[in-house]
Design a protein around this ligand. Structure first.
Ligand SMILES: Cc1cc2nc3c(=O)[nH]c(=O)nc-3n(C[C@H](O)[C@H](O)[C@H](O)COP(=O)(O)OP(=O)(O)OC[C@H]3O[C@@H](n4cnc5c(N)ncnc54)[C@H](O)[C@@H]3O)c2cc1C
Length: 464
């Protein structure tokens, strides 16, 4: 069947490769890897999603989903891409402290809508990231040491499953356990209801240290995280900034140590807690202070523009004293190798199971190590190798991976098992066999249905 016939059967929401707008519709923030679908369905609502899933099932095609492209790993080659970006809608219920967000909603919209009621979601470092993709794979928020993963606070998942049925999944169902942590493996989620928190203001911002301070700041940060209360969430980024006009003058061309803080407490306590970090040396920029939650995108200040990136990660049982030097030797200042390295402090509320258990793994991790490299041109393997080389340096303390920080990896399925506890992986694979036995939703950190010993992606049939 030609793509144009399939396009025609989807009634106006679909584009084929020959159509104007196809390239824009398949392209998200990730530019090193692109979906190459036979059809992009720019869905506007639940009925469009249902029709698209049904048509894809009739034609035996894989279904990929994209809201923003931040989490793209296994692109579809010839399958159907559901572009949810038009389904951007948020409803806040201040009385129950909940929000409902449609499939294409970005965190920014929720932050703004919740902020009008003095409430905050468990959004992460970038308000530009999609609510649904982030939450389905856990969702490590700026306030997560205080409240847990975003997936821990989901109340309801609305979705279309592989059989083309519309469902509303709530506690008590196996699928409710699997959807919260199992990523996009169980259907196309059309909306999520989740809890909000009474956080209007917080103490937060960033400390930017110059190149020569990077080793000392990284070592000190490691020790400092062992001393802070649960209300203190933080991360450190080691960032080689380009010497380019768009970069703020004080940071341009420097290899930064950027400590990011989000503290649920008073200004006075926040200042006291960060004093040992400030004492490490002069800051090129110091933005710490009281801020409204609606300004928390400035804490990490991540770029919004489309770009090439690849991300590997390791969930660490402990941030061993040897790790900073091992990482710096590989990709630190003066190494001549480009990589952005980040350690997020975990533990506290992230360590406990939520009231209604879910599939999120590695709750015993104390930190997550993330390594972002920039694949360019045909020599992408070098960027991949650099990223995994850094995570290997922490292999002795690695519990597994976080599915949310597997980005740009076309063989993401090779990391799936490591994203879950063994028993959880087995349960996910068994549920996958019930709800998606043909593995229609496989363009992701893919959980193969139990019994699919020759995984479709491994067989080379790809995500088509
Ligand atoms: C700059 C940046 C900052 C980040 N910060 C954080 C952070 O602080 N904390 C954190 O936990 N993660 C963070 N992430 C990771 C992010 O949560 C994941 O990449 C997530 O997958 C992004 O979701 P998305 O919808 O924006 O991306 P997309 O690429 O559009 O989607 C990613 C995947 O999510 C699934 N998916 C998306 N929508 C649906 C749907 N409606 N139904 C079913 N499956 C769906 C699909 O498998 C899809 O391939 C960050 C990523 C980047 C690039």
């Amino acid at each position: 069947m030609s793509s144009q016939t399939l396009v025609g059967s989807l009634g106006g929401v679909a584009l084929g490769p020959e159509d104007t707008g196809y390239d824009a519709a398949r392209s998200g923030v990730q530019r090193a890897y692109l979906h190459r679908p036979s059809v992009v369905a720019r869905v506007g609502g639940v009925a469009d999603v249902q029709l698209t899933v049904r048509r894809a099932a009739q034609h035996g095609l894989a279904v990929a989903v994209q809201a923003t492209g931040h989490g793209l790993n296994v692109p579809t080659e010839g399958g159907v891409l559901i572009d949810t970006s038009r389904m951007a809608e948020v409803r806040v219920d201040p009385a129950s402290r909940t929000a409902w967000a449609a499939a294409g909603t970005r965190w920014e919209q929720v932050i703004d809508a919740a902020g009008e009621h003095g409430l905050a979601p468990l959004s992460g470092s970038s308000p530009d990231v999609g609510v649904v993709g982030y939450t389905l794979s856990g969702g490590l928020g700026l306030l997560s040491r205080g409240f847990g993963y975003a997936a821990d606070h989901v109340r309801r998942v609305d979705l279309v499953t592989a059989d083309g049925e519309i469902r509303s999944v709530t506690p008590g169902e196996d699928l409710f356990w699997a959807l919260r942590g199992g990523g996009g493996n169980f259907g196309v989620v059309t909306g999520l209801e989740f809890g909000l928190f009474p956080v209007d203001r917080l103490y937060g911002g960033g400390l930017y240290f110059d190149t020569r301070h990077v080793p000392a700041v990284l070592r000190a940060y490691r020790e400092w995280t062992a001393t802070v209360p649960d209300a203190m969430s933080s991360s450190i980024g080691l960032i080689p900034m380009p010497d380019a006009p768009g970069v703020p003058a004080p940071l341009r061309g420097r290899h930064l140590a950027h400590v990011r803080i989000a503290y649920l407490g008073t200004l006075q306590d926040g200042e006291r807690l960060v004093a040992p970090l400030r004492a490490l040396g002069p800051r090129l920029v110091d933005t710490l202070g009281e801020m409204p939650f609606t300004a928390t995108g400035t804490i990490h200040n991540e770029p919004k523009q489309p770009r090439n990136f690849y991300c590997a990660n390791a969930m660490l049982s402990e941030f061993d004293a040897s790790i900073p030097d091992a990482v710096l030797d590989l990709v630190g200042p003066g190494s001549g190798v480009f990589a952005v390295v980040q350690f997020n402090h975990l533990g506290a509320a992230l360590a406990g199971q939520p009231e209604v258990e879910n599939a999120v793994g590695h709750r015993g991790a104390s930190h997550v190590l993330r390594v972002v490299t920039l694949p360019q041109g045909p020599d992408r393997d070098t960027a991949h190798e650099v990223a995994h080389g850094v995570t290997r340096a922490a292999a002795a303390w690695t519990l597994g991976r976080s599915p949310n920080f597997v980005q740009g990896d076309q063989k993401a399925y090779e990391q799936t098992r490591e994203c879950y506890e063994p028993a959880a992986f087995d349960r996910l694979a068994a549920l996958k066999a019930v709800h998606d036995p043909g593995n229609m939703f496989r363009c992701n950190v893919n959980i193969p249905p139990v019994g699919d010993s020759e995984h479709k992606l491994r067989r080379g049939t790809g995500c088509g």
